[in-house]
Design a protein around this ligand. Structure first.
Ligand code: HEC
Length: 121
Protein backbone atom coordinates (compact mmCIF):
# COMPACT_ATOMS: atom_id res chain seq x y z
CA UNK A 1 0.00 0.00 0.00
CA UNK A 2 2.80 2.38 0.96
CA UNK A 3 4.59 1.37 -2.22
CA UNK A 4 1.56 2.15 -4.35
CA UNK A 5 1.25 5.50 -2.67
CA UNK A 6 4.89 6.26 -3.43
CA UNK A 7 4.50 5.44 -7.10
CA UNK A 8 1.30 7.45 -7.46
CA UNK A 9 2.94 10.34 -5.64
CA UNK A 10 6.01 10.13 -7.89
CA UNK A 11 3.96 10.00 -11.07
CA UNK A 12 1.80 12.97 -10.04
CA UNK A 13 4.96 14.89 -9.25
CA UNK A 14 6.55 13.95 -12.55
CA UNK A 15 3.54 15.21 -14.46
CA UNK A 16 3.64 18.44 -12.47
CA UNK A 17 7.34 18.78 -13.32
CA UNK A 18 6.69 18.16 -17.01
CA UNK A 19 8.98 15.15 -17.15
CA UNK A 20 8.80 13.04 -20.33
CA UNK A 21 8.11 9.36 -21.06
CA UNK A 22 11.63 8.13 -20.30
CA UNK A 23 11.28 9.34 -16.77
CA UNK A 24 7.79 7.91 -16.50
CA UNK A 25 9.37 4.51 -17.12
CA UNK A 26 11.86 5.19 -14.34
CA UNK A 27 8.90 5.90 -12.08
CA UNK A 28 7.78 2.28 -12.51
CA UNK A 29 10.90 1.28 -10.56
CA UNK A 30 10.16 1.45 -6.84
CA UNK A 31 13.65 2.60 -5.80
CA UNK A 32 13.73 5.29 -8.44
CA UNK A 33 10.23 6.46 -7.54
CA UNK A 34 11.22 6.68 -3.92
CA UNK A 35 14.43 8.59 -4.74
CA UNK A 36 12.44 11.05 -6.84
CA UNK A 37 9.89 11.54 -4.05
CA UNK A 38 12.71 12.30 -1.63
CA UNK A 39 14.30 14.68 -4.13
CA UNK A 40 11.02 16.48 -4.57
CA UNK A 41 10.30 16.65 -0.85
CA UNK A 42 13.72 18.21 -0.30
CA UNK A 43 13.42 20.85 -3.01
CA UNK A 44 15.98 19.38 -5.44
CA UNK A 45 13.43 19.49 -8.24
CA UNK A 46 13.04 23.26 -7.88
CA UNK A 47 16.42 23.51 -9.59
CA UNK A 48 16.84 20.12 -11.25
CA UNK A 49 15.03 17.93 -13.73
CA UNK A 50 16.06 14.49 -14.93
CA UNK A 51 16.16 15.40 -18.62
CA UNK A 52 16.41 19.19 -18.82
CA UNK A 53 18.83 21.66 -17.33
CA UNK A 54 16.91 24.37 -15.51
CA UNK A 55 18.88 26.16 -12.78
CA UNK A 56 21.13 23.19 -12.15
CA UNK A 57 22.35 20.62 -14.72
CA UNK A 58 19.96 17.87 -15.95
CA UNK A 59 20.59 14.77 -13.87
CA UNK A 60 20.96 12.71 -17.07
CA UNK A 61 23.98 14.92 -17.97
CA UNK A 62 25.42 14.51 -14.47
CA UNK A 63 25.07 10.73 -14.82
CA UNK A 64 26.72 10.77 -18.25
CA UNK A 65 29.69 12.83 -17.02
CA UNK A 66 30.53 10.57 -14.06
CA UNK A 67 29.52 7.18 -15.39
CA UNK A 68 33.11 5.88 -15.58
CA UNK A 69 34.35 7.54 -12.41
CA UNK A 70 34.66 5.27 -9.35
CA UNK A 71 34.91 8.29 -7.01
CA UNK A 72 31.76 9.94 -8.30
CA UNK A 73 29.39 8.65 -5.60
CA UNK A 74 31.46 10.03 -2.71
CA UNK A 75 32.23 13.25 -4.59
CA UNK A 76 28.59 13.96 -5.47
CA UNK A 77 27.31 13.20 -1.95
CA UNK A 78 29.84 15.69 -0.59
CA UNK A 79 29.00 18.26 -3.26
CA UNK A 80 25.27 18.10 -2.47
CA UNK A 81 26.07 18.46 1.26
CA UNK A 82 28.34 21.48 0.81
CA UNK A 83 26.84 23.04 -2.33
CA UNK A 84 28.91 25.28 -4.58
CA UNK A 85 29.50 25.95 -8.25
CA UNK A 86 32.18 25.62 -10.89
CA UNK A 87 31.53 22.15 -12.27
CA UNK A 88 28.70 23.13 -14.62
CA UNK A 89 29.28 26.83 -15.28
CA UNK A 90 28.88 26.35 -19.05
CA UNK A 91 25.27 25.26 -18.45
CA UNK A 92 24.36 27.22 -15.34
CA UNK A 93 26.17 30.49 -16.00
CA UNK A 94 27.92 30.03 -12.64
CA UNK A 95 24.83 29.49 -10.45
CA UNK A 96 25.55 27.99 -7.04
CA UNK A 97 23.89 25.00 -5.47
CA UNK A 98 23.03 25.76 -1.82
CA UNK A 99 24.41 23.48 0.94
CA UNK A 100 22.05 20.68 2.04
CA UNK A 101 23.90 18.97 4.90
CA UNK A 102 21.86 20.66 7.63
CA UNK A 103 18.49 19.90 6.05
CA UNK A 104 18.81 16.59 4.23
CA UNK A 105 20.11 13.37 5.82
CA UNK A 106 23.19 11.60 4.49
CA UNK A 107 21.05 8.56 3.70
CA UNK A 108 18.61 10.58 1.61
CA UNK A 109 21.36 12.39 -0.27
CA UNK A 110 23.07 9.05 -0.97
CA UNK A 111 19.81 7.55 -2.23
CA UNK A 112 19.27 10.44 -4.66
CA UNK A 113 22.90 10.31 -5.86
CA UNK A 114 22.57 6.55 -6.49
CA UNK A 115 19.44 7.23 -8.51
CA UNK A 116 21.25 9.91 -10.56
CA UNK A 117 24.30 7.72 -11.22
CA UNK A 118 22.08 4.80 -12.28
CA UNK A 119 20.42 6.85 -15.03
CA UNK A 120 23.22 6.15 -17.55
CA UNK A 121 24.46 2.81 -16.33
C1 HEC B 1 18.78 26.43 -5.68
C2 HEC B 1 19.01 25.48 -6.75
C3 HEC B 1 19.45 24.06 -6.43
C4 HEC B 1 18.90 23.17 -5.56
C5 HEC B 1 17.74 23.39 -4.60
C6 HEC B 1 19.64 21.93 -5.72
N1 HEC B 1 20.60 22.08 -6.66
FE1 HEC B 1 21.88 20.62 -7.30
N2 HEC B 1 22.83 21.99 -8.45
C7 HEC B 1 22.47 23.33 -8.62
C8 HEC B 1 23.44 23.99 -9.44
C9 HEC B 1 23.42 25.46 -9.85
C10 HEC B 1 24.42 23.03 -9.75
C11 HEC B 1 25.71 23.22 -10.55
C12 HEC B 1 26.87 23.34 -9.57
C13 HEC B 1 28.21 23.51 -10.26
O1 HEC B 1 28.28 24.10 -11.35
O2 HEC B 1 29.24 23.06 -9.67
C14 HEC B 1 23.99 21.78 -9.14
C15 HEC B 1 24.66 20.57 -9.27
C16 HEC B 1 24.24 19.35 -8.79
C17 HEC B 1 24.88 18.08 -9.01
C18 HEC B 1 26.16 17.87 -9.83
C19 HEC B 1 27.37 18.30 -9.00
C20 HEC B 1 28.70 18.23 -9.72
O3 HEC B 1 29.69 18.76 -9.15
O4 HEC B 1 28.78 17.68 -10.82
C21 HEC B 1 24.14 17.13 -8.33
C22 HEC B 1 24.43 15.64 -8.24
C23 HEC B 1 23.06 17.83 -7.68
N3 HEC B 1 23.14 19.17 -7.98
C24 HEC B 1 22.11 17.23 -6.89
C25 HEC B 1 21.19 17.94 -6.11
C26 HEC B 1 20.36 17.31 -5.10
C27 HEC B 1 20.37 15.83 -4.75
C28 HEC B 1 19.59 18.31 -4.57
C29 HEC B 1 18.59 18.22 -3.43
C30 HEC B 1 19.05 17.65 -2.17
C31 HEC B 1 19.95 19.54 -5.25
N4 HEC B 1 20.92 19.26 -6.17
C32 HEC B 1 19.35 20.78 -5.01
C33 HEC B 1 21.34 23.92 -8.08
C34 HEC B 1 20.54 23.36 -7.12
Amino acid sequence: MVRVFFIIFAICGLIACGVDDTTMKIAGDKNAASALSIARANGCMNCHNVNNSIIGPAWSLVSERYKDSPDARAYLIEKVKLGGNGAWNDITGGAKMPPHEKRVSHAHIAQIVDFILALKK
